[in-house]
Write a protein that binds this ligand. Sequence first.
Ligand code: NDP
Length: 329
Amino acid sequence: MAKRIQFSSTGGPDVLEYVDFQPQDPAEGEIQVENKAIGINYIDTYVRSGLYAPAAFPSGLGSEAAGVVSKVGAGVTHIKVGDRVVYAQAPLGSYSEFHTLSAQKAAILPDSISFEQAAASFLKGLTVYYLFFQTHKIKAGDTFLFHAAAGGVGLIACQWAKALGARLIGTVGSDEKAALAKEAGAWATINYHQEDIAARVAELTQGEKVSVVYDSVGKSTWLDSLNSLQRQGLLVSFGNASGPVTGVDLAILNQKGSLFVTRPSLNNYVTNLQELTAASQELFSLIASGAIKVDVKEAQKFPLSQARTAHQTLESRATTGSSLLIPGK
Ligand code: NDP
C-alpha cells in the first residue's frame, strides 16, 4: 500500500485526508511515477472547495509532480522505467506517493533541474509561457500589469518579464511581497491594500495606462483591471483567488474603452506532447541558465501528510512563490 491525499466531499482544508491506497498499474500509453516533489497550485483549492468540483468521490487531488518513472504501460516508447520526469496536467491525484497518467503529459527532466525545482515551476511556468507568448505576445519595452506578483505564478512572471526586457507592474498584498517581486524583476509594484491600483498604473505610465492586464485574483480586482487599461486593451482573466467574476454586463467593455477580455486556461493552450515539449524547453532553458529561479522556502515544503496545513497557508495569503508537498518527509 502507498499513501495519498483524498477527499470525499467538497469544503475547507479539513476535508483532505491522508489515506492508504493501492497505486494503479499503467494501462496502454500510460506511465506510473513515484513522486519525489508535488506542486501545490491555487487551482487545487478550487477543486477542494467545489468551485471546480471533481467528477466523483472519493477523489484524489492535484495534477502536478516530479519524480521517477516506476512502471510503463504497453506502447510507451519515449519514456522508460527510471527516467526523471515532471508533469502538470495529470488527472486528479498527484498529491500521492505514486500517480498514473498518460505518457503524453510527462516531460523528461534535464539533470540540471531538481525534482523540487521542477514541481515548483512546471504548471506555473507553462502558464506564464502561454500567457506571455500565446494569449498576448509580450515584447521588450512593453509595460503591463500582473496581479499577485509575489505568488507562485507571479514570481516566475516577474523573472520572465525581466528576461524579455518588459516592464511588469506587479500588485501585491504586503511590503515584504513587494520587495520580493522587485527582487525577481518587477519594474514597479503596487500594494493593493494601500494604493488605488488604476490611479497608480496611470501615474507610473504618465497617463498612458497599459495595453494588457493579467488578472488571477478575479472578483476583487475586476474593476481595477478594466480601469488600468488603455482603449482597446486586453484583460486576461486567468484565475479566481478572491472569487470568480460573474454577472458581467458586456456594456462595461464599451464604457471602459472598447476593451477585450479573455478567460484562458493551460489545458486549452498545451494540448499535446508537441506543444508540451515546445513550452517546457523554453522554461527549462531559462531555469538552467539561472534567469528563472524557483527555489522554495523551507517553510513551504510540507510533508504530504500535511496537505491541510499547506492549503490553509496558501489560502491565508501567507505564502510567497511556490509551495510543495514532499512524500515521505
Ligand atoms: P499564488 O501563490 O499566486 O497564491 C494566490 C495569491 O493571490 C495569494 O498569495 C495572494 O497574494 C493573492 N490573492 C489576492 N486576493 C486573494 C484572496 N482573496 N484570497 C487568497 N489569495 C488572494 O497561487 P498560484 O501561483 O498557484 O496561482 C496564481 C493564480 O493563477 C491563481 O488564481 C490560479 O488559479 C491561477 N492559475 C491559472 C491558470 C490558468 O491556466 N488559467 C494556471 C495556473 C494558475 P497577495 O497577498 O499578494 O494578494
